[in-house]
Design a protein around this ligand. Structure first.
Ligand SMILES: C[S@@+](CC[C@H](N)C(=O)[O-])C[C@H]1O[C@@H](n2cnc3c(N)ncnc32)[C@H](O)[C@@H]1O
Ligand SMILES: [Zn+2]
Ligand SMILES: [Zn+2]
Length: 903
């Protein structure tokens, strides 16, 4: 056994020391399935463990203290301890802190198994008879595993009773009347519920038979007896079950529960299962094992509740497996399963055993809990607080890193959903009612009730909590969040809150991705890109905020964007939309948030900035694709017949995806969708990150679906007749190129041959040249003739990004440190458009005062079209047409180049 400090030192020896300052995380991981410790009890929105392992390892050293102010299902806490970091976990929800505590507490597994068997033994005689039935195969007594129940409604047309389980269901919420003379479709929600009846039961008999059978009179008698004597039994056996009322809130409103007669949590159980659960709980209470062991039995019981309530939908597909409640809404399925409480509970002990074997091994006695922070600074390792994080019992400058996963707007109503469990666990949680969610940092979807919360509340709570994080965090500490939302206003709320609390995203010089990276989801979540509708998000973003000194709140707040800010933002968005061929909100936000935050200080300086209305003012939304386009794109590609946008013919982001995907598939021959996702999103920085559609297009065109025989994994490979997009031949020497002047000779020149030609003329004329980085990588000869351009200062360029862009241009002519001319060589109208409207436009946007002469070389046949493009209204407006010149390939003689360079 090691001391805490020894364990920390051992871990240090295994990790390489961190270079300071720590740069933001650049690489996501391939998210892994939950380990057994997280399978002991369900919690909402648990994030993949290795995503947090990756973050913790990157930002902290062994022995550092981490804070998670929204610790939820405990992933940060567990992974921190596994990696020998100390950790403070806080959550408003007592279920969350209970689960987290159980995940890290050391357990004597033998004691647990013994206590578990005792509980089973002492309750079996009471519970099992409630499910007694007869196996119709061997005719012996046995127990039902579950009963399948159905609602019975009155047909609004013929007024006969319809057992919904027996009725055809053409689509969700619609049933066909079972009366052969009627057969009308109707919606149960529009007629009267008469009763509920059990339809089938499942036996899993000792004789080997497992299957469904109809209920016999004896089964009905038992049921009636339970119903009739329910109160008597409760009284006689001194049973307890929660009698809490259902709160008036979002989840009631979602399904209109009050109207359906659901007023108490106990209404979510059948009488039989209410009795069974009460018997079980009583047996647990009376058990005499130690406190820790008992807590685990409670957890096992709590976890079993998800199987034994009436919200477990009956579904033919479930008939082989373990039916359970999905857990994200309170509702009343028309066909439901009443699962045997004793069986459900019995099955779950193994989950606890596996979970604890895992944590005993990986955390072991590094678990050392305390409720005082002072002790953590000394020889304890973990604090858990069940409270709201807007006030933390921690001193200033005491935390090395905040690592957390905050609620995402109104995605999940954590407290309301957890009430279901919490009310059964009052003993152990020392609570006496449902969760007080006044300070919960969420939005509700409905309003008109006391606990309703709007977007303002959400943002304000996040702000207060982030401000607390700022206070307790050490000066150079990071606050790292995972984040997932489709909704631009939630993005804005989160970032505004962080920024106001004194956090910013890193500068571009410090981190190319500006501290935002995309983290693909758990494997097998996705089968194909196509199944994912556009605009839907897979996975999460990881946001790494740096702590800055708080800007004082009275800071020059203006009521709206200045003209200059507005113009900058429009330009930025415009170039983004052109690059991506339209962009969904996530794509927009990954690039724009750092810009809004650090460049034009929208969050701290501008009181009224509504991003959605700003977008609406300058851009067009295609609501079908959920993507924004420039007004020009919209007019050019809008098809009035289909009322949809036609695909945009050249999208730069597709080219990036192409390069990444094809080179991956050349190396690997076959990749799964997850691997592909991870590659595309790891290789490309945010501003180049394509949307799913761009990736789809590349897959459609160059790849095919494939199932690997050995691993049975599905994924993609290159089409068997795959041809690279652009063939790069070895360029000829100038002599081999022959004579120019006539269309017939020049029209066959490849892209690289043209570059080579112009480069040679320039070299002969005594200039130096630089060939674009991409071409240099492909062609050794280009590396030989290129001069190096190492320092931007030599060329009088301050902006690193501008310098990088310049070096990507096909051909630069150099005279000392002057750049008299630059050439983009194009061989199709699409690439010509890209050169004009993308590369050169970008260049002149970032270097508005440059004197560089820009030339676009086009095939003769493309000349007129290219000229037209150059003279578009937008280009005229920005004076691009006077800064760029179009040249035909047939014009390229040495004489001509000489003239150009002299002028
Ligand atoms: C997205 S969940 C965290 C899930 C966790 N990362 C995991 O992987 O299991 C967000 C948590 O924030 C908690 N929460 C909401 N408002 C809070 C507040 N004011 N103070 C502390 N915790 C809060 C919720 O109870 C919920 O457990
Ligand atoms: Zn049998
Ligand atoms: Zn009918």
């Amino acid at each position: 056994m090691f001391s805490i400090q020894q364990e920390i030192d051992n871990q240090k020896a295994q990790e390489s020391p961190k270079l300071k300052p720590i740069k933001p995380l650049e690489h996501p991981v391939q998210a892994a399935q939950h380990t057994p410790v997280y399978k002991m009890h369900r919690y909402y929105a648990r994030r993949p463990w290795n995503v947090f392992e990756n973050i913790i390892k990157h930002y902290t050293e062994p022995g550092d203290i981490i804070l998670d102010p929204f610790c939820g299902g405990g992933v940060t806490v567990v992974e921190a301890l596994k990696l020998r970091r100390k950790v403070v976990g806080v959550d408003l929800n007592p279920l969350a802190t209970f689960i987290t505590e159980m995940e890290i507490t050391q357990l004597d597994i033998n004691k647990f198994i013994k206590a578990f068997e005792e509980v089973k033994k002492s309750s079996a005689d009471k519970i099992k008879p409630l499910y007694k039935t007869k196996c119709l195969k061997c005719k012996k007594d046995t127990f039902a595993e579950w009963f399948e129940w159905s609602n019975v409604f009155e047909c609004p047309i013929c007024h006969q009773e319809v057992i919904l389980a027996n009725a055809k269901k053409p689509k969700a919420g619609v049933y066909i009347c079972t009366n052969k003379k009627c057969k009308q479709a109707f919606k149960p929600s529009e007629t009267i519920k008469i009763k509920e009846v059990p339809i089938n039961l499942l036996v899993d008999c000792n004789c080997g038979y497992k299957g469904l059978q109809k209920l016999t009179d004896r089964d009905f008698d038992l049921l009636n007896e339970i119903d009739k004597n329910f109160s008597k039994i409760v009284k006689k056996e001194k049973l307890w079950y929660p009698t809490d009322e259902f709160p008036d809130g979002d989840l009631e409103k979602d399904h209109g529960l009050f109207k359906k007669g659901i007023k108490y949590f106990s209404d979510l159980f059948t009488k039989r299962n209410l009795l069974a659960n009460s018997f079980l709980l009583k047996a647990i209470q009376l058990n005499t094992s130690d406190e820790i062991t008992k807590k685990f039995i409670y957890m096992c019981f709590s976890n079993s509740l998800r199987f034994t309530n009436r919200m477990v939908a009956g579904n033919p597909n479930w008939r082989g497996g373990n039916p359970e409640w999905g857990g994200h809404a309170y509702w009343q399925p028309n066909v439901f399963n009443e699962v045997n409480v004793y069986s459900a509970f019995s099955k779950l002990a193994m989950g606890i055993v596996r979970g604890k074997e895992f944590s005993n091994q990986t955390i072991g006695d590094f678990f050392s809990i305390s409720d005082s922070f002072n002790e953590i600074q000394e020889n304890k390792t973990v604090n858990l607080y069940n409270r709201s994080s807007h006030k933390l019992p921690l001193p200033e400058n005491s935390i090395d890193a905040v690592i957390t996963d905050p609620p995402f707007g109104g995605n999940v109503q954590y407290a309301e959903l957890s009430d279901f469990w919490v009310i059964w666990l009052k003993d152990i949680l020392k609570k006496d009612g449902i969760i007080d969610n006044k300070y919960e940092a969420i939005q509700t979807r409905h309003s008109g009730f006391e606990s309703a919360k709007d977007e303002k509340h959400y943002e304000e709570m996040l702000y207060k909590i982030f401000k607390e994080c700022h206070r307790v965090l050490k000066p150079n500490g990071y606050m790292v969040l995972t984040f997932h939302n489709k909704d631009i206003s939630v993005w804005m709320s989160l970032h505004r809150a962080a920024n106001r609390a004194g956090f910013k995203l890193p500068s571009e010089d410090f981190s190319e991705n500006r501290g935002i990276i995309y983290q693909p989801p758990i494997q097998n979540y996705t089968q194909t890109f196509h199944t994912k509708a556009s605009g839907s998000m897979l996975g999460d973003f990881i946001l790494s905020f740096q702590r800055i000194d708080t800007i004082d709140d009275a800071h020059k707040i203006s009521s709206m964007l200045s003209q200059e800010q507005e113009k900058k933002l429009v330009d930025k968005i415009e170039s983004l939309l052109v690059y991506h061929g339209g962009a969904d909100e996530n794509t927009l936000m990954t690039v724009l948030v750092p810009f809004l935050m650090n460049e034009i200080h929208v969050f701290t300086d501008v009181a009224n900035f509504n991003f959605e209305s700003f977008l609406k003012k300058y851009f067009s939304l295609d609501s079908k694709q959920k993507k924004w386009f420039t007004k020009e794109q919209f007019t050019e590609y809008y098809d009035p017949k289909t009322k949809r946008l036609r695909p945009i013919d050249f999208v730069k982001a597709e080219e990036f995806s192409y390069n990444v995907i094809v080179s991956l598939l050349k190396q690997r021959h076959f990749v799964t969708v997850d691997e592909l996702l991870s590659e595309v999103y790891t290789k490309l920085v945010n501003s180049h990150r394509p949307g799913i559609e761009a990736v789809n297009k590349v897959l459609d065109k160059y790849c095919e679906m494939y199932e690997d025989k050995k691993s049975k994994k599905k994924g993609y490979r290159l089409k068997t007749d795959f041809k690279p997009k652009e063939k790069i031949d070895k360029p000829y020497t100038i002599d081999q190129l022959g004579l120019f002047g006539e269309d017939s000779n020049t029209s066959n020149l490849s892209h690289n041959e043209i570059i080579q030609l112009v480069a040679h003329f320039a070299l002969e004329l005594g200039y130096k040249v630089h060939v674009g980085k991409t071409e240099q990588n492909k062609e050794k000869d280009f590396r030989i003739i290129s001069s190096s351009m190492q320092f931007k200062e030599d060329f009088g360029i301050a902006n690193a990004n501008a310098f990088k862009k310049i070096k990507e241009i096909d051909l630069l002519i150099l005279e000392g440190y002057e750049v008299p001319a630059v050439f983009e060589v194009t061989t199709s109208i699409d690439t010509a458009r890209e050169a004009i409207n993308d590369r050169f436009r970008d260049l002149f946007t970032i270097l508005p005062n440059t004197k560089i002469n820009a030339f676009v070389i086009v095939k003769d046949v493309d000349y007129n079209k290219a000229k037209e493009m150059l003279n578009s209204a937008a280009n005229k407006k920005d004076k691009l047409n006077s800064r760029i010149r179009i040249i035909k390939v047939s014009e390229l003689t040495k004489q001509f180049i000489n003239e150009i360079l002299k002028s």
